[in-house]
Design a protein around this ligand. Structure first.
Ligand code: SF4
Length: 417
């Protein structure tokens, strides 16, 4: 049949058939979506947990909104945690054991997102120590060789035009999958000012550096004054075009995103924030409010999820996460393949699982909701994208492509089309 000779009505029949095909394609996700817990659906449950926590800590509504209170009152003992979560004796023992080797701490806010009865709750698993951490024999402390890419203290440089300054080792919550857990000691410390000054001097002396990422730990654990100073110093360096800050506080302690912080960031544009949501349960009204404040201050927010077994290694969960993020104006940016860091390898999935997730995203949701799946190459050799294969073969003047639905087609490959 020659499609060019069809009438408008006949074309509509085709379009309708195609629309039905597309609707059938999305049906499994629509069904699964209803069963995926999200922070926006669990408001009532989280409010109940919050009230229990405030009572336990003797806090007020005002305290809850204060990020200093959130950090000061982090849960760090089994005794306190067991008053909020239902823990078995075995779980209590495990947390004690693992906690004596690998530090743990969770803000009251983040604890309020945990399911008190489900040890597999994705928020709980990211934060509460598990016996699997001590069974790990494959992990290394520094699999990315960060120590070999640090030309001066506090700086990590893996790329030609950008670098990282680690400004603190502190976080509002210590993630069980953290790639930098070796830096998280018993004591929270900001990088001393003279060391930061040396990092700034390094940048001044290297005119090819146009993009600087402040991270840690969590860059928003610095107070406004220190952030204002360091961003101001970077502003004075002509060749620094862009500043980025890495912070998980929009997820773990959104109270940190205060008007005062936003005022500081606004002074130093262009400023970008990279954050780290891993599961739709973390996208709550409080997180939405924090992201709204940042975006109103002109700060674009990108999300760097980590692909984690039992937390988001499911195409439907990852799709829902990315769609929830777009609703709060956070752009899904990367999905990192989890690295073999000591005590975290139980979170690692096969790479094929990540590629399948990318395959299930492409075409099945809008491009804005599709991040890049990345493996960080060993020894600090940088981000390497992992992509499903869409180019099947290439001949002189045409290529064979595979569409998102798996249709194989020829496509002209000449300079004059
Ligand atoms: S917030 Fe980032 S740096 Fe801090 S513990 Fe989590 S992953 Fe590590």
């Amino acid at each position: 049949m020659d499609k060019k000779t069809l009438s408008m009505d006949e074309k509509r029949v085709f379009a309708e058939e195609r629309a039905n095909e597309l609707k059938a394609e999305i049906r499994p996700y629509l069904e699964a979506r209803e069963t995926i817990p999200t922070g926006m659906k669990l408001v009532k449950e989280q409010q109940q947990q919050k009230e229990k926590i405030l009572e336990l800590l003797g806090g007020t509504e005002e305290n809850w909104k204060d990020w200093h209170w959130q950090v000061k009152n982090r849960f760090t003992t089994v005794e306190k945690l067991s008053r909020i979560l239902n823990l078995t004796d075995k779980e209590k023992e495990e947390i004690e054991n693992v906690g004596s080797r690998y530090r743990w701490a969770a803000s009251p806010y983040y604890v309020s997102l945990m399911d008190p009865n489900d040890p597999n709750c994705p928020v709980r698993r990211q934060s509460i120590p598990s016996a699997q951490e001590l069974k790990d024999v494959l992990g290394e402390d520094d699999p990315m060789g960060e120590e070999f890419t640090s030309p001066v203290p506090s700086i990590t440089r893996r790329y030609p035009d950008r670098l990282i300054i680690k400004v603190t080792n502190q976080c509002a919550m210590y993630c069980r999958h953290c790639q930098r857990r070796r830096n998280i000691g018993e004591v929270d410390t900001g990088t001393p000012k003279d060391q930061l000054q040396k990092a700034l001097d390094y940048i001044k002396a290297h005119s090819e550096i146009r993009d600087v990422l402040l991270t840690g730990g969590d860059a928003f654990m610095l107070n406004e004054e220190r952030l204002d100073w360091i961003l101001g110093e970077l502003d004075k360096i002509d060749h620094v075009e862009v500043k980025r800050l890495g912070s998980r506080t929009p997820v773990t302690a959104p109270q940190r995103i205060t008007p005062a912080l936003c005022k500081v960031l606004e002074k130093h544009h262009p400023v970008y924030v990279n954050t780290h949501f891993n599961n739709p349960k973390e996208v709550t009204p409080e997180a939405a409010e924090a992201c709204d404040r940042l975006t109103r201050a002109g700060v674009p927010i990108g999300n760097q999820a980590v692909l984690l077994k039992g937390i988001n290694n499911d195409p439907h969960v990852m799709k829902k996460l990315n769609q929830e993020l777009l609703k709060i104006r956070v752009r899904p940016y990367y999905i990192f393949h989890a690295k073999a860091v000591s005590g975290t390898t139980h979170f690692i999935t096969k790479v094929e699982e990540g590629i399948n997730i990318m395959e299930q995203l492409r075409g099945r949701t809008s491009g804005l909701a599709i991040p890049t799946y990345i493996i960080n190459a060993p020894k600090g050799y940088g981000k390497t994208p992992m992509l499903p294969e869409y180019l099947i073969s290439s001949r002189k003047d045409f290529i064979k492509i595979r569409t998102w639905e798996g249709r194989v087609m020829d496509y002209p490959n000449t300079e004059e089309v």
